[in-house]
Design a protein around this ligand. Structure first.
Ligand code: FAD
Length: 305
């Protein structure tokens, strides 16, 4: 980005844009170099303008929710990171009878589930404990305990690269394992969910049960990004890594969790390169041993050199 482009972006975003912003503060892994610019989007109109200008100026950009599925490289990110703020996370009942609920992409999963519990809306309890936004959960087709968020989606509102708002119906949406296929550069703005009425007691029980299971099996006391690898067909990445004897392996400040082999934790002073090296080490070990190339579930971004 040249200084003229920085001035254009500052005119649009005012104090909501910062330059050279450390991404370790915007990711749950707590690693990563600086974003060349970071824009905290709190209203739709400005966000639309920003997306349109970034495309016109051919400035790369990356949308970030809570950064809970991201590994940002140590050299940082060229271009603009767009973080969706809570003010883009409204929750609205669109149809009382069919329980169609709109949720803005900036809403945290936890905030939405708290509302679901209060209101007796059931269907997404399995997301309890996933520390992301609704936008990030949709982009990743987040799932747990055999369920995925895509199954409850009716339609999604997006901003396209021209900054135009559009709505995509569920029939035109392709949800895959940990991925929603959308055009490069589109920003998810919100989602219409189809939920069901349920007793608050039952919803609470389900949420408590899912949270208990997570606490028992996941290293939640350390910075991390959840599961590192996708599960291969008919197996579990964690099982393969554990069987290969890799639990507890340390490289720099990164460690394969003793509690859950598919989690890499930041023991305090990890660099992104420590995490990346551990990922490669695991991939090579599992490929040599079991002939399976594990694919990362986390999204790795940033400058390579
Ligand atoms: C302790 C822990 C447990 C976890 N458990 C699970 C689990 O059980 N199941 C699971 O699926 N995941 C899990 N995760 C991973 C992560 O929390 C989810 O993938 C979450 O949905 C990501 O949301 P986010 O807002 O943090 O997205 P980010 O990490 O910020 O972004 C993830 C991807 O989505 C894109 N994106 C984000 N917001 C938007 C948007 N509005 N429009 C377009 N693209 C967007 C980003 O560009 C990026 O490619 C876990 C993570 C942690 C740390």
């Amino acid at each position: 980005m040249d200084s003229n482009q920085k001035n254009i972006l500052s005119k649009i975003a005012g104090s909501s844009i910062e330059f050279e912003c450390p991404m370790s503060q915007y990711t749950t892994f707590r690693v990563g170099g600086p974003a060349e610019a970071l824009y905290r989007a709190s209203d739709l109109i400005t966000l639309q303008k920003m997306v349109s200008i970034l495309n016109q100026e051919k400035i790369p950009y990356l949308i970030v929710g809570r950064g809970s599925n991201l590994l940002v490289r140590d050299k940082g990110i060229a271009g603009v990171v767009i973080v969706l703020e809570k003010s883009l996370g409204a929750i609205e009942v669109k149809d009382k009878n069919s329980l169609t609920i709109f949720v803005g992409a900036g809403c945290s999963i936890n905030t939405f589930l708290t509302m679901c519990l209060k209101s007796g809306w059931s269907g997404l309890e399995f997301l309890a404990g996933i520390p992301g936004t609704i936008g990030g959960a949709l982009a990743m087709n987040a799932g747990a305990f055999g369920q995925e968020i895509g199954n409850n989606v009716q339609k999604i509102d997006l901003i396209d690269r021209q900054g135009q708002l559009l709505t995509r119906d569920k029939n035109s949406l392709n949800f895959h394992y940990r991925k929603l296929m959308i055009d490069q550069g589109s920003v998810i703005i919100g989602c219409y969910f189809q939920l069901e009425g349920q007793s608050k007691l039952i919803i609470q029980k389900q949420i408590t049960n899912y949270l208990k299971k997570r606490k028992l099996t996941q290293p939640l006391d350390y910075p991390c990004a959840g599961s590192i690898f996708k599960n291969p067909a008919n197996d579990y990445a964690g099982r393969l890594i554990e069987e290969a004897g890799l639990k507890g392996t340390i490289l720099g400040g990164a460690m394969i969790s003793e509690k859950h082999a598919n989690f890499i934790i930041n023991t305090g002073n990890a660099l992104a390169k420590d995490v990346s090296s551990l990922i490669t080490l695991v991939q090579e070990a599992i490929e040599n041993r079991q002939g399976i190339k594990l694919q990362p579930e986390i999204v790795v971004v940033g400058k390579e050199v």
